[in-house]
Each structure stands twice: as C-alpha cells, then as structure tokens.
Design a protein around this ligand. Structure first.
Ligand SMILES: Nc1ncnc2c1ncn2[C@@H]1O[C@H](COP(=O)(O)OP(=O)(O)OP(=O)(O)O)[C@@H](O)[C@H]1O
Ligand SMILES: [Mg+2]
Length: 286
C-alpha cells in the first residue's frame, strides 16, 4: 500500500496519532526495497495550481504556497479547519483573487489570473459556498444565465435547457417559480444544472451541502459523483462534511494555514475513514 504523503516542510507530528496507512516510507522498512509503480495521481491534472500565494490584502497571505490538482473523471477533495483558506483557494483558481505568486494551469496552458468570465469560457465552473442564484428571477431565467457568456443561438439554448431538465426533473417542475422560493437543496441543484449548460470540463465546488438536510445532501453528493463518474468532469471539492465527502472522493488534500498539510489517494485508506478523519482533526488542532 502506498504511503499517504506528508508535506516535507511541515514538522513531524508533535502529538502522537495512531500509526496507520499514512506512515512515511522510511518508517516502514518492509516497503523499502519494493519498486514504486506509477500512480494515476502522478499524472498531470487537468486543472492544477502550483505554489499558489494569494490573499485579500497586500500584507497578509491566506494561501501560502498551495498546490493541488484535479483530474478528469476524478474528485479531489480539500478538507481542513475553518478559516484555513479552502474557499480562498477556489476563488483564486477561478480568478476572483489574483495570486501574487505561483501559477494555475489548465492542461499545459498557464491561466494564472484569468478573470472569472474567461474561466467560464475556458470550461471551468465554480459553485461558491454561498447561494449564487438571483432569488427574484425564475428558475429558468437563472438557468439561462449559465450560458450568457457564450451568446448561444435560441435552438442551442433550448436543447441545453431540455437536457438540464431531463437530468433534474424537480427543476423542470419549478421552472417558472422565483428561484428564491426553492429549498436550499433544490437551489443547489439549479446551480449545478446552470453550470452544466456551459458543459465545463472542470468543477470547483465549495461546500455543496452546507445548510441542506441529510436526505437532500445524499442526492447532491450523488450528483457531484455523477459529474466525475458519468460525465468525466475534473472535480475539486471543498467540504466540511468530511465523512460524506470522503465517501465519494479519489484524492484528499488536508489543508492547514493556507498550505497542504498532507495528501494522498483515497484508496490508500481502504475503508479506514477514521484514519482520514484523525488526520483532519490533527490539522484542526483538536
Ligand atoms: N472577503 C474577504 N476579505 C478579507 N478576508 C477574508 C475574506 N474572505 C475570507 N477572508 C479571510 O481569509 C481566511 C480564509 O478564509 P476562507 O473563507 O478561505 O476559509 P475556509 O477554509 O473556506 O473556511 P470555512 O471552512 O469556514 O468555509 C480567513 O481568515 C478569513 O477571515
Ligand atoms: Mg469556506
């Protein structure tokens, strides 16, 4: 079993945590002579950032050299304590914040600092942590905004709307209602349907089930999973619901103080979710 990687810049544990799959290779002499096979996570991501530094004011960096990747057909999950910079990461990737150092790559193309409308055109979708629908506009008007930047022909728009309604029948029923009248979970589905109109290849998703009841959360996680598994989207998911997110994720980044504290393929843990939760708690200082 491959080790869970730990950022070398971070000092080794100062408090004991249970020895499990994440132990560093040098701690396990049995694996010392085994040749290391290439892993899917060693491949370049479709979207990647390298050593990103960003913040809201010139004097305080929130992201301090943060690197993550998102691969087609896979879900990368960023977990970590409150205020550690998870949402700031997505805002920086999508162009709401301009990084002061580091770079953002889409394939081999350097897109660092591209503004949000350009990111949409490049095939990157962003679902923010806070609701992003216009509450007084109808559901359908909100959906159409998903393609405003492309100025599509009427027929194309009608086809895309129809396929969104097929995927989300609940939304078809509510198409004429003001979006603000829908439940939190339904609004999340409208946001995802809206993003699908532009057929992006990368999704940046921030806490998709915040404030949503457990049953609807399940539906939303199914939808997020479907984006990767059925539609081959590269998904970078930020989540507080660590257990639910880990159930669908392929690669985990634990972030602390604006940098990656540890990372690794989800499969390395098998069913040992407790190990990942322990790692997250350790990063949280709990
Ligand atoms: N618009 C802003 N202006 C100034 N500082 C901000 C702004 N938004 C966030 N911050 C600060 O940046 C830091 C990181 O915030 P961020 O929202 O990225 O954290 P987070 O990891 O997403 O937290 P949570 O889990 O609570 O969503 C925090 O200290 C926060 O106060
Ligand atoms: Mg956040």
């Amino acid at each position: 079993m491959a080790p869970f990687r730990t950022c070398s810049a971070i000092p080794k544990w100062s408090a004991p945590i249970p020895a499990r799959a994440w132990e560093a290779p040098e701690m396990n002499s049995a694996t010392a002579s085994v040749p290391v096979e290439p892993r899917w996570s060693d491949m370049p991501g479709l979207l990647a950032c390298e050593d990103l530094v960003a913040g809201y004011t010139g004097d305080i960096d929130i992201l301090r050299g943060l690197s993550v990747k998102a691969w087609p057909g896979r879900i990368s999950c960023v977990v970590g304590p409150n205020g550690t910079g998870k949402s700031t990461l997505l805002k920086s990737l999508f162009g709401f914040l301009r990084p002061s150092a580091g770079r953002v790559l889409l394939g081999t193309r350097d897109i660092t600092g591209s503004p949000p409308f350009r990111m949409l055109g490049l095939g990157v979708a962003y679902l923010p942590q806070r609701p992003s629908l216009f509450p007084h506009l109808s559901v359908e008007a909100n959906l159409k905004l998903g393609l405003w930047h492309a100025r599509p022909r009427k027929q194309v728009l009608a086809e895309r709307l129809d396929s969104a309604y097929q995927r989300f029948p609940v939304i078809r029923e509510k198409r004429s209602q003001p979006a603000g009248q829908l439940s939190g979970g339904q609004q999340r589905q409208v946001e995802i349907a809206r993003s699908l109109l532009a057929d992006p290849s990368v999704y940046l998703i921030d806490e998709p089930t915040a404030g949503v009841d457990p049953q609807t959360s399940e539906t939303i996680y199914d939808i997020v999973q479907g984006l990767a598994r059925d539609l081959s989207k590269a998904v970078l998911l930020v989540d507080q619901d660590i257990r639910a997110a880990l159930a669908i994720t392929d690669y985990v980044y634990v972030v602390k103080n604006g940098t990656v504290f540890s990372e690794g393929e989800r499969d390395d843990f098998g069913t040992d979710t407790d190990a990942l939760v322990a790692r997250w708690l350790y990063a949280s200082g709990e």
